[in-house]
Design a protein around this ligand. Structure first.
Ligand SMILES: Cc1cc2nc3c(=O)[nH]c(=O)nc-3n(C[C@H](O)[C@H](O)[C@H](O)COP(=O)(O)OP(=O)(O)OC[C@H]3O[C@@H](n4cnc5c(N)ncnc54)[C@H](O)[C@@H]3O)c2cc1C
Length: 457
């Protein structure tokens, strides 16, 4: 009988799995190597999260995340809104009233630490969960093909199943996973968080980077987050040593000042930094599949199974949806852990793998284009990807808008726009003489590198 479950890793996947499983009546041990969050949300910027370094980078939470949270953990959704996280309504283009019957479409931007803080609050208030902070999971105890427990520093936690939610560098997955595929995203992140000074209006909330700069050899954006905070991020090619200077605070600020669109929020007297400039390199699209001979009761979710380019903002949605999928599989299959494993494989293959392939394609094209620009080659104007074109043309056609937003928010499949109906609607918009507006271009590569060169120090 399955009664005790060890959940290892207290990130998005692990915290939400622990909550869902405890609410299903399982006794849950949640093991997290990092320390607990501070009691007060105001102190969150000081929380050390070496186990999940992406916590210090901007996060957008897409429609899939918001919908699963609202339906499966409605108290957590409500608590997020009560703690300064604002939803962004995407049912219709900005400034347009949504027609009756439009799908319920919303997401939000928030510091990732705020989302985890609220999940931790729910875990603390939930009976049936024992939380072990500061302990590292080392190994899964297996007897006769069945999970019996989890080895952590110096001791063993008895368990009938282990949920592996330890993220992209899982120490447990190695022996139980097959078909690992990996390809570099082709970018390095440099981010910094800020808080608006009193009286400064917030940046507009929207689910693409609020301001998109570059795309010509580099990318960058300003993301509105919770409680008057926002983040600025630049992404560059890993081999681009000139933009590598973005790791220095002074150079980063000089680059940010070179983006005219950031001025309303970064100009003098507008905001103050609430952290250092932090880099994140080694970003990969990674695909792993649970091996057919993995022991019954080893249940991986979230980044353990798949990571995709952070620019696309998809990983937290897959982590939460994976936890919800696992909870359903346990509810439906009860004691049959082999059936649960089969269901996990099918869930990942059907719902996540197509997005992995999409990210690999997207990144290959972006890397080719950035490299050409950095090498000084004149790029022929490329056709806009179908998703971007449909979203822009959607300003003229609500149906196109909805189709594009459902896909962008992971609520429709990656190939869902490639249909005769979408193409007919696009052609109808184009036949009126409409042309896609030029996306906010920001500084050119040369302007950005000049700004860095002018900064000494
Ligand atoms: C720079 C960056 C920006 C991103 N931006 C976005 C975004 O905008 N939107 C989005 O949806 N996704 C984004 N992502 C992806 C998203 O952060 C991940 O997909 C998500 O965190 C996956 O959640 P997880 O719970 O599976 O793993 P993690 O969040 O990595 O959590 C794993 C947890 O396991 C713990 N752990 C690790 N090893 C052990 C061990 N041995 N024992 C115990 N505990 C352990 C870690 O401390 C951590 O708490 C971004 C990723 C990066 C790198």
């Amino acid at each position: 009988m399955v009664s005790r479950i060890a959940v290892t890793g207290g990130g998005i996947a692990g915290l939400s799995a622990a909550l869902l499983l405890a609410r299903q009546g399982y006794e849950v041990d949640l093991v997290e190597r990092d320390g607990p969050p501070p009691d007060a949300l105001d102190d969150i910027a000081r929380w050390q999260r070496p186990g999940a370094p992406q916590v210090r980078h901007p996060h957008m939470f897409l429609g899939l995340f918001r919908n699963v949270l609202r339906t499966r953990l409605p108290d957590v959704h409500a608590d997020l809104l009560a703690h300064g996280v604002e939803e962004v309504d995407m049912t219709a283009p900005p400034g347009v009233e949504a027609p009756e019957g439009a799908p319920d479409l919303a997401g939000f931007g928030s510091r990732r630490a705020t989302v985890e803080w609220v999940l931790h609050r729910a875990v603390r208030g939930q009976s049936g969960i024992r939380v072990h902070h500061g302990l590292s999971a080392r190994d899964v105890v297996v007897e006769q093909g069945q999970v019996r427990g989890l080895r952590v520093d110096g001791t063993t936690i008895e368990a009938d199943a282990v949920v592996d939610a330890t993220g992209r560098r899982s120490p447990l997955a190695g022996a139980f996973v097959k078909e690992a595929e990996e390809s570099p995203c082709g970018n390095v992140y440099h981010s910094r968080f800020y808080r608006l000074l009193e009286g400064v209006p917030k940046p507009p909330m929207f689910l693409v980077p609020v301001v998109f700069a570059g795309g010509a050899g580099f990318g960058g954006g300003l993301y509105a987050h919770d409680n008057d905070t926002f983040a600025v991020v630049f992404a560059r090619l890993p081999e681009d040593d000139v933009l590598g200077r973005l790791r220095e605070a002074g150079a980063f600020e000089a680059a940010a000042r070179a983006v005219p669109q950031f001025e309303p929020w970064l100009g003098p007297g507008k905001a103050e930094p609430i952290g250092d400039v932090v880099p994140m390199a080694g970003l990969t699209n990674t695909w792993r599949e649970l091996a057919p001979d993995a022991p019954a009761g080893y249940l991986p979710i979230g980044d353990v199974l798949c990571t995709t380019d952070p620019v696309l903002g998809r990983g937290a949605s897959f982590a939460l949806a994976g936890a919800a999928g696992l909870s359903d599989l346990l509810a439906d299959n009860g004691e049959d852990l082999e059936a649960v494993s089969a269901g996990l494989r099918a869930h990942a293959r059907d719902n996540v793998r197509p997005w992995y392939d999409d990210a690999v394609r997207d990144n290959a094209e972006r890397t080719r284009s950035w490299r050409a620009t950095v090498a000084g080659q004149q790029e022929p104007a490329a056709d806009l990807p179908l998703g971007v074109l449909a979203a822009l043309a959607g300003m003229q056609d609500q149906q196109l808008w909805e189709s594009a937003q459902l896909r962008a928010n992971l609520l429709a499949a990656p190939d869902s726009l490639d249909t005769p109906e979408v193409h007919d609607r696009l052609n109808a918009v184009l036949s009126t003489g409409w042309e896609p507006p030029v996306l906010s271009p920001g500084p050119s590569y040369t302007e950005l590198t000049d700004a860095l060169a002018a900064h000494t120090g």
